[in-house]
Design a protein around this ligand. Structure first.
Ligand SMILES: [Zn+2]
Length: 170
């Protein structure tokens, strides 16, 4: 490790210990030329997650990008920043299990499946901004189910006497 003070390439390690809860090793080093000390951290290389776009091009998974898409979808909806953060974290976790290569559609599906549990409106908004997604049969099926659910709920509201009648029979 090159000395940050004088640029000399050789040093000796004077102390080595676990850091960051065991996720890293912290080493205290001493330059063999100037004698000054500096610290290095060793961490496991983050296994990369690559998103394959429709046109076949690839880019590293970008958490910020997903978060920005979700943030747009939850605007003025009762969803907290914390919930968004958790959602994005879970999406990334799920994708890493599938990785290292995932498609944009897979990213979209994971976001939608989690967003759907949070908020119906945000779910539909996300679907509409996520253009890559619109032709996807999985999405259309999902959307169909959601709309059916809503129609059924609306129909039930239009006939309140029937449903209360059914409940009192029990
Ligand atoms: Zn030095």
């Amino acid at each position: 490790m090159r000395c940050p003070w004088c640029g000399h390439p050789d040093d000796r390690v004077v102390d080595s210990r676990a850091a960051e809860g065991g996720a890293a090793i912290r080493r205290r080093r001493e330059c063999l030329r100037c004698g000054r000390r500096f610290t290095t951290f060793e961490r496991a290389e983050q296994i990369s997650l690559i998103v394959v776009k429709r046109d076949g091009s690839k880019e590293p998974f970008d958490r910020q990008k997903v978060a920005a898409g979700v943030a747009k979808a939850i605007k003025n909806r009762p969803v907290s920043d914390e919930q968004v953060e958790q959602l994005v974290e879970r999406v990334e976790e799920k994708l890493r299990r599938k990785g290292p290569l995932v498609t944009t559609q897979e990213v979209g599906i994971e976001v939608l499946s989690l967003l759907r549990r949070l908020d119906d409106v945000a779910y539909l908004r996300f679907a509409s901004v996520y253009k890559d997604f619109q032709e996807l049969t999985d999405f259309e099926r999902e959307l169909g189910i959601l709309l059916q659910k809503r129609e059924a709920a609306a129909a039930a509201q239009r006939r309140p006497s029937r449903s209360t009648g059914a409940r009192t029979n029990r």
